[in-house]
Design a protein around this ligand. Structure first.
Ligand code: AMP
Ligand code: ZN
Length: 482
């Protein structure tokens, strides 16, 4: 399996650090819980979920860690504005985040460490950098990472983001967590307490203060995955300064075995765009998942859209695209429903087949080939829909046996373990609709067609279409209007 490593800017064959070749450590920078995540953020988390699921499909045992950034500049600002205690403020967005996580069918990471619960580990890491002479306390009381000292000690600053070190402004410092690549300067590890921080501070050997954002991820990733691990993920905006600084801090602490890096593969997802611009809070051009659910879309439809393009290519989000997703998933659902019906029937087409049965079209082969190539999701979807077309053709021609249908469903179950867009219980009709279907059956039996029609209408207005098949009534979700 190949992945594009941002560190080397090349496609590399994935080989885990584990000598047994099975265990994989994967860290994805998690949400900053200062507001609801927008679906641009979700693109990155769904991409991380796709990679994790595909690794598991390929037989790896993944240890997936995603941090919760629950203290940094933006959060402090919001806490000040609202006057709420830090935890009280962040908990609501953290809870919402995990609800959305479920709705988008992302597998829960094995560990979701919060920064505020790793202050001792963060302080320990800074202390180590101080001991090694790579960090220093400035006159403002804050502790900074010295790029000059790190480079002098053999560190490779700027490799990930391709920063030009001749532009390094020696001795210049930045306290803010975010700054431009054109100004690689010493960055804050520990920020001395200021009036704006309010109640948000902790004691440390360098006085009261709070951690910088970058050191949080170094401390938490190494705590939960060790000083060297396989995969580090995030959106492309995190390459600089966040990930560049994470490498500097983690490798500057010198905890890795000789010859080992902090992270073997850096994998970054491209942005979700709206009319050509990055979806972001600051541009105000964002949708939260909740906005889309309120418009009647389902989590799996949003997931499908977020997975509709290659992770390294920007993806333009539109509501029309979401409608198209509904159409595509509808075609898939239809095919799967017919396959289930056929697989459950023991008569019918089977007996009408003569001679040797044609093999069921293969889905797993083309799917794996596509995904092995740096998660080529477009080719994977093409394989899925080609398979659907072929199965539909075979079912229409009556040349698929119940056993063939069952085999096809098994293939789909394997593939959907990765894609996770298949029809689930969220698409099951509510109990009252099922009750009306029963009543309608009874009315039909009693030849009370007026009542049967009235019930059909009631079912329709609840968003479901009842179809009468030889095996009894079947419910279909009507497209919800957006
Ligand atoms: P944040 O909560 O701001 O720390 O962001 C969480 C994740 O979302 C990070 O990995 C960002 O890189 C990613 N992200 C932010 N905006 C977008 C976007 N428009 N498209 C894709 N990923 C994004
Ligand atoms: Zn991070």
């Amino acid at each position: 399996m190949k992945l594009f490593n941002t560190l080397t800017r090349s496609l590399e064959t994935f080989e885990p650090l584990d000598p047994g070749g099975r265990q994989v450590g994967m860290y994805c920078c998690g949400p900053t819980v200062y507001d609801y995540a927008h679906i641009g953020n979700w693109r990155t988390f769904v991409f991380a979920d796709l990679l994790r699921r595909y690794l598991e499909f390929r037989g790896y045992t993944v240890r997936h860690v995603m941090n919760i950034t629950d203290v940094e500049d933006k959060i402090i600002r919001r806490v000040q504005e609202t006057g709420l205690p830090l935890r009280e403020y962040t908990v609501r967005y953290e809870t919402a985040f995990f609800e959305d996580f479920e709705t988008l069918r992302c597998r829960r990471p094995h560990h979701t460490p919060r920064a505020t619960e790793h202050i001792p580990e963060i302080i320990e890491l800074i202390r180590r950098l101080m001991d090694r002479g790579i960090a220093y306390q400035a006159p403002d009381g804050s502790v900074y990472f010295s790029i000059e000292k790190y480079v002098a000690a053999g560190g490779q600053y700027g490799q990930l983001a391709r920063v030009r070190l001749d532009q390094l402004r020696v001795g210049e410092r930045v306290r803010s967590d975010e700054y431009a690549k054109e100004t690689p300067v010493d960055f804050a590890l520990w920020k001395a307490r200021t009036a704006e921080d309010g109640d948000v501070y902790w004691p440390s050997p360098w006085g009261e203060g709070r951690p910088g954002w970058h050191i949080e991820c170094s401390a938490m990733s190494m705590k939960w995955l060790g000083p060297s691990f396989d995969l580090h993920l995030g959106g492309e905006d995190l390459i600089f300064p966040h990930h560049e600084d994470e490498i500097a801090q983690s490798e500057g602490a010198g905890l890795q075995q000789p010859g080992r890096r902090f992270v073997k593969y850096w994998v970054h997802g491209a942005f979700l765009l709206v009319e050509g611009r990055k979806m972001s809070k600051s541009l105000g051009n964002f949708f939260t998942l909740r906005d889309l659910l309120a418009r009647g879309f389902a989590g799996r439809e949003v997931r499908y859209v977020l997975l509709s393009g290659h992770y390294r290519e920007t993806l333009n989000f539109t509501l029309e695209g979401l409608q198209a997703a509904r159409g595509a998933l509808g075609r898939l659902d239809e095919c799967l429903a017919r396959l289930r019906e056929l697989a459950e029937s023991h008569t019918g087409t089977a007996s009408s087949l003569s001679g040797a049965e044609a093999p069921v079209p293969d889905l797993l082969g083309p799917f794996e080939t596509a995904m092995d190539e740096d998660l080529n999701i477009s080719a994977a979807w093409a394989a899925v829909f080609e398979w659907v077309r072929e199965l539909n053709r075979r079912m229409a021609a009556g040349t698929l046996t119940p056993a063939g249908a069952a085999a096809a469903l098994q293939q789909w179950a394997r593939v959907d373990d990765v894609l996770a867009v298949g029809e689930h219980s969220e698409e099951t009709a509510p109990p009252e609709v099922l009750q009306w279907v029963e009543e309608r059956q009874a009315a039909r039996k009693a030849r009370d067609f007026a009542r049967a029609d009235a019930l059909r209408e009631r079912i329709r207005s609840a968003g479901w279409l009842v179809e009468d098949t030889p095996k009894g009534p079947r419910l279909k979700r009507l497209p919800r209007t957006a």
